[in-house]
Design a protein around this ligand. Structure first.
Ligand SMILES: NC(=O)c1ccc[n+]([C@@H]2O[C@H](COP(=O)([O-])OP(=O)(O)OC[C@H]3O[C@@H](n4cnc5c(N)ncnc54)[C@H](OP(=O)(O)O)[C@@H]3O)[C@@H](O)[C@H]2O)c1
Length: 249
């Protein structure tokens, strides 16, 4: 570890929502950070970059850079491995809900599931694999980490707890992608003991993801990310939420 190097953090899908707000919080709260904000739409990415650079409470030791990335596109993933030369923390945030109304009929079900899994799992795992060499080799300013943005909807413990506020939710496609993501977290954490690999639950937050119906503000939801990202010496193989509290797998 080298304490003189900046901490390089890449957040996927950071042009809006929780990824963007976490970047704002990191620029305000962290020190010596270089944040790559990834966006699939370069125009939206430029707008986000401008806002972050103009943020009045951004610390001078922190910097931000825009990278274009669509995690469903293998050429785009390949491109990012050429563009990003140093990485300490990968935040797998980009995801879609795929629609909470679940399709009926074999081909419609197949289409909807393939769509949501293509982003939330296939894209996330493919990107992680492509960036692993940057995390597992070279010198790092902090213990390299993969922060998988999951959801309490993907927790088997919650889904089986009658006291949990979303018990008996009537949809399973999106939640199952987050259960699958949690499995990647826990298996990779054991396979790669030199890395800190965790899942994070922001909680139900008002963003475009859910038509702004969530009960948490984006500041509250993103604080779960920011705490997890900056908790450089925290444990691996865990599932945490706001305030660093653990939640059941
Ligand atoms: N909001 C909640 O209540 C809640 C609760 C639990 C967990 N989560 C999780 O938190 C994360 C962020 O959610 P959010 O509420 O901030 O959602 P959001 O506002 O919809 O933002 C999602 C971001 O992901 C990007 N994205 C989607 N597909 C992509 C792709 N193929 N390649 C690259 N980027 C892509 C979007 O880009 P565009 O702007 O181009 O669409 C956007 O920047 C997700 O993993 C979500 O599952 C959210």
């Amino acid at each position: 570890m080298s304490s003189t190097q900046k901490v390089h953090i890449l957040i996927t899908g950071a042009n809006q929502g929780l990824g963007f707000v976490s970047a704002q919080q990191l620029l305000r709260q962290g020190d010596n950070l270089h944040i790559y904000i990834a966006a699939r739409d370069p125009k939206k990415g430029q707008e986000a970059l401008q806002k972050l650079n103009e943020q009045s409470d951004k610390k001078a030791s922190n910097s931000v850079e825009l990278v274009e990335l669509d995690i469903t596109n293998d050429d785009s993933i390949d491109q990012i491995t050429k563009q990003v030369k140093q990485l300490d923390i990968l935040v797998n945030n980009a995801a879609i809900s795929g629609g909470m109304e679940e399709a009926k009929g074999a081909s419609a079900i197949r289409k909807q599931l393939q769509n949501v899994y293509n982003t939330n799992i296939f894209g996330t795992v493919a990107l992680t694999d492509a960036l692993l060499p940057l995390l597992t080799t070279g010198t790092h300013s902090v213990k390299p980490a993969i922060i998988n943005i999951s959801s309490d909807l993907g927790s088997f413990g919650n889904q089986n707890n009658p006291d949990w506020r979303h018990y008996k939710i009537p949809f399973a496609f999106y939640p199952s992608t987050k259960s699958a993501l949690n499995m990647f977290t826990t298996v990779y954490a054991k396979k790669l003991p030199d890395l800190r690999i965790i899942s994070v639950n922001p909680g139900y937050t008002a963003t475009n993801f859910n038509g702004n119906t969530g009960y948490k503000t984006p500041e509250e939801g993103a604080s779960a990310y920011t705490h997890a990202i900056l908790n450089f010496n925290g444990p691996s193989d865990t599932f945490v939420e706001q305030g660093g509290k653990t939640i059941p797998w």
